[in-house]
Design a binder for this molecule. Sequence first.
Ligand SMILES: C[S@@+](CC[C@H](N)C(=O)[O-])C[C@H]1O[C@@H](n2cnc3c(N)ncnc32)[C@H](O)[C@@H]1O
Length: 195
Amino acid sequence: MKSAASWDAEFRAGKYAFLRKPSERARLGAIAAMIDRSTRMRRPVEIADIGSGEGLLLDFLDPGRVERYVAIDISREALRGVPDGEIAVRRVRAGLHEWDGRPAPVARRILVASEVLYYHPLGVQHLKMLGERLGGASEAIVSCVAGKAGKPNWTHSANRLWRGMRGIGWRRIEAVRVRDAEADLSWDIARYATA
Ligand SMILES: C[S@@+](CC[C@H](N)C(=O)[O-])C[C@H]1O[C@@H](n2cnc3c(N)ncnc32)[C@H](O)[C@@H]1O
């Protein structure tokens, strides 16, 4: 597993600047649309974004539906990039394997784990624990880049992740595949009830 120091160094070197490309917007927009569907007819929620990076999801969230955004990331450097705005923000420097769920939620909490679970060998198991106990969440949204020709390791990671998600037994509420034709990238995104 890559250390926090390596993630910090890579963020400083600009390795994750690609996440700001227009090609990533389809993925972030699809996650935000799931959050909208989850909040329809209900009260506003709190988003706990595990492996938040620089909080790019914030741009897509509706301030009328999201009361607070908690960014949790192993990299202090990534968290430095999380902007303040209309939605209240908290930044927590922790790996998904060590986060204790604090601060306590201010509203019904939805966990987001977007493009992070495959970086930890037990990522799905940690998400299960966060979803059912520590994280105090009612739903979780998971995103994973799809495998493609010439990227056998992506295919392997994605298969392993989704097999793991099926294994933890959470009810899947919805799932979508989004694609960016220009970048030739696809992502699978699913929303689950954690209880
Ligand atoms: C590819 S980026 C994805 C960022 C963002 N979630 C997105 O969808 O654009 C992966 C992020 O996960 C973080 N990360 C990697 N391993 C982690 C771990 N074990 N616990 C928490 N965050 C981790 C990295 O620091 C980085 O910010």
